[in-house]
Design a protein around this ligand. Structure first.
Ligand code: BG6
Length: 495
C-alpha cells in the first residue's frame, strides 16, 4: 500500500545525514514506486542555497551513497521536482511561518490533506527549540497527520532523556513521535522476528534449558573519522550499547507477542529491559570492560590513535570499546549470560548474534579432541554478511568415526535476487505510513538509559585507567577476552 501524500520537512537539510542517508533512501523509495504521487521534500537550513544548488548538493550525495549507484538523469529529474529549499533558522519564529505557508500551499493544491513529517536531522541541542517553535505556529497539533522524527542520541543520560521525553510529550502525542534507531530498520534485524516467531522449531529451545549463553558483537574497523567532537563526549556505551545493542538484545530475548501491532511488539521489548539485572559496583567491576584504541596499522596503512583524532581531547578517557555481561531476571533467561561488545578500529567489521546451546548430556564418541568439538551454535550475521548459520557436529567422511563442526547456512546472497533496502528506506516508509513498530517508544529509551547509568557513572568517576589499551586492528583490550574466558567461553568471530 502506498503512503498518503506526504511532506518531508528536513531540518538539517544540508547536513551529512540528509546527504548520505535520507535523500538516497527517499530516492530509492521513489525508484521502487513506494513514494506517493504527491510528495514534497523541503530542505531547511541556514546556508545560502537556491532550489537548484540544493538539488545539486543532494544529487552528489545520491551518486556517492545510494545503493542503486549513480542516479539516472531522467529519474532524478522526476524525483527532484519534488525538492525545494527553504533558508531558515531554527531559532527564528518567523521562518516557521514560511514553513506553514509551504504546507498550506500543498494542502490547497493536493488531492487530500498530506502527512507532515518534521525530520530533525540536527544536533540534539536543537530538538527542544524546533519542537517548541513547531508548537507555536501550530505545526504540531494535528495528531493524525503530523509526525516528528528524532535522530539519536536521544538524551545524554537518563535525566536528559526524561527531560526530552517530557518536553516532546508536552507538544506531541506519543503516536506522533518517531525515535530512530537505524539498527531496527536493518533487514537482518527485522528478520529476527520472522525467524523466531514464524518457525516452530526454535521457540521450544529458546530458553535457559537449552541455551548456554548469547553474544552480541558489533565491531567496526573504522575509527571515529570526522566525528571526534561528538564522539568524545559520548563514547561506545552511549553511542552503541544504550540503543542499537540493547534493541537487538530485546529482539533476541523478548517473549512471543500476540500480534504484530507496534504497541504489542514494543511492550514485549520493554519487558526485557525491565527484567535486566541492574549493575551494582561489583557488577561494574567484574562484568564490564572498557577500552580505547591506540595507533596501529590497518591494511598496510598507519592510522592514528583515538587521542590523536581530530576533535578529541589528547588526554581523553572516552571509551571506544565496551564489553558487558548482562543477565535477564525472568523465567526464560535466568542465569544465561548475554555478553555484548562493541568497538571502533577493531580487526573486523561485523555485527553478529551468536547463540550457543548447551552441550550434549553424554558423549558417546571416543577420541574426540576438544579442539574439533563445538557445541551447537546459531550465528545470525547482521552485516556485512547477511546470513544465519546453524553449527552442528557431523561425521567427517572417512573410515573412522571422526566428528567436526559444519554449518547449515542461509545466506541472503544466493537466496534472494533482490537488492536489500537500506535501513533508512524501511524507516522512512514506515514513518510515512504511520507504523511505529521499528521506532523506540519513550519508556524503552528511558529504561535502557536506566540500565546503563550505573556503568556510565562508575566509569566516569574512575578516570585512572590506562588508556589507550588496545591497538588499532586488534580485537580490543585483553581484559575483554578475559571477561568471557573466565566463564569458559570465547568471543565468536566470523571466519
Ligand atoms: C551510529 C553510531 O549510530 O551507528 C556510529 O553513532 C556507528 O558511531 C554507526 O559507526 C554504526 O552503524 P552501522 O549501520 O554502520 O553498523
Amino acid at each position: 500500500i502506498k503512503p498518503k501524500p506526504t511532506i518531508f520537512m528536513i531540518f538539517g537539510g544540508t547536513g551529512d545525514l540528509a546527504e548520505r542517508k535520507l535523500i538516497p533512501a527517499l530516492y530509492n523509495l521513489f525508484l521502487e514506486k513506494y513514494m506517493p504521487k504527491e510528495f514534497a521534500i523541503i530542505g531547511l537550513g541556514r546556508t545560502e542555497y537556491n532550489d537548484d544548488s540544493f538539488k545539486k548538493l543532494l544529487l552528489g550525495g545520491v551518486n556517492k551513497f545510494s545503493r542503486s549507484g549513480k542516479a539516472d538523469k531522467d529519474k532524478w529529474a522526476d524525483f527532484s521536482k519534488h525538492i525545494t529549499y527553504l533558508k531558515s533558522d531554527v531559532n527564528n519564529e518567523a521562518d516557521y511561518k514560511k514553513m506553514s505557508d509551504v504546507i498550506e500551499k500543498c494542502e490547497k493544491d493536493w488531492s487530500e490533506p498530506p502527512i507532515i513529517i518534521h525530520y530533525l536531522a540536527v544536533a540534539p541541542k536543537f530538538f527542544p527549540i524546533i519542537a517548541g517553535n513547531l508548537a507555536k505556529v501550530k505545526l504540531a497539533d494535528d495528531t493524525d497527520r503530523t509526525r516528528i522524527v528524532i535522530e539519536k542520541p536521544f538524551g545524554h543520560d537518563l535525566q536528559s532523556a526524561k527531560e526530552l521525553n517530557a518536553l516532546l510529550k508536552g507538544i506531541f502525542a506519543e503516536t506522533q513521535i518517531y525515535r530512530i534507531d537505524h539498527y531496527l530498520g536493518k533487514e537482518t534485524v527485522q528478520n529476527m522476528l520472522a525467524f523466531r516467531f514464524a518457525n516452530a522449531l526454535f521457540e521450544p529451545i529458546w530458553n535457559r534449558n537449552f541455551i548456554e549463553h548469547v553474544q552480541i558483537s558489533v565491531t567496526e574497523d573504522i575509527g571515529v573519522e570526522d566525528r571526534g567532537g561528538y564522539y568524545d563526549g559520548s563514547g561506545a556505551l552511549r553511542d552503541m550499547v544504550q540503543n542499537h545493542i540493547l534493541q537487538v538484545l530485546c529482539l533476541v530475548a523478548m517473549e512471543p507477542p500476540v500480534n504484530f501491532d507496534a504497541e504489542e511488539i514494543r511492550n514485549r521489548k520493554v519487558d526485557v529491559l525491565r527484567a535486566m539485572r541492574q549493575f551494582g559496583p561489583d557488577e561494574v567491576r567484574f562484568n564490564t570492560v572498557r577500552g580505547q584504541y591506540s595507533e596501529g596499522w590497518v591494511k598496510g596503512e598507519k592510522v592514528e590513535g583515538y587521542r590523536e583524532e581530530k576533535g578529541v581531547d589528547p588526554e581523553s578517557n572516552t571509551e571506544t570499546f565496551a564489553a558487558l555481561k548482562f543477565f535477564i531476571d525472568n523465567w526464560r533467561w535466568q542465569n544465561v549470560p548475554f555478553y555484548v561488545r562493541t568497538g571502533k578500529r577493531m580487526h573486523q567489521k561485523a555485527s553478529i548474534i551468536s547463540i550457543q546451546f548447551k552441550d550434549v548430556p553424554h558423549l558417546i564418541f571416543p577420541n574426540q579432541s576438544s579442539e574439533s568439538w563445538q557445541q551447537n551454535r546459531l550465528i545470525i550475521s547482521i552485516q556485512p554478511e547477511m546470513s544465519i548459520r546453524l553449527q552442528v557436529q557431523a561425521k567427517r567422511p572417512g573410515l573412522d568415526m571422526t566428528l567436526n563442526p559444519v554449518d547449515m547456512v542461509f545466506n541472503y546472497d544466493g537466496t534472494y535476487e533482490t537488492d536489500t533496502p537500506e535501513a533508512y528506506e524501511t524507516l522512512l516508509l514506515d514513518a510515512m505510513k504511520g507504523d511505529q513498530t521499528l521506532f523506540m517508544r519513550g519508556d524503552q529509551v528511558e529504561t535502557a538509559w536506566d540500565l546503563i547509568m550505573p556503568v556510565l557513572e562508575n566509569w566516569e568517576s574512575k578516570k585512572s585507567i590506562s588508556f589507550p589499551n588496545y591497538s588499532a586492528d586488534s580485537w580490543g583490550p585483553e581484559t575483554a577476552e578475559a571477561l568471557i574466558a573466565k566463564d569458559g567461553f570465547h568471543w565468536f568471530t566470523m571466519p
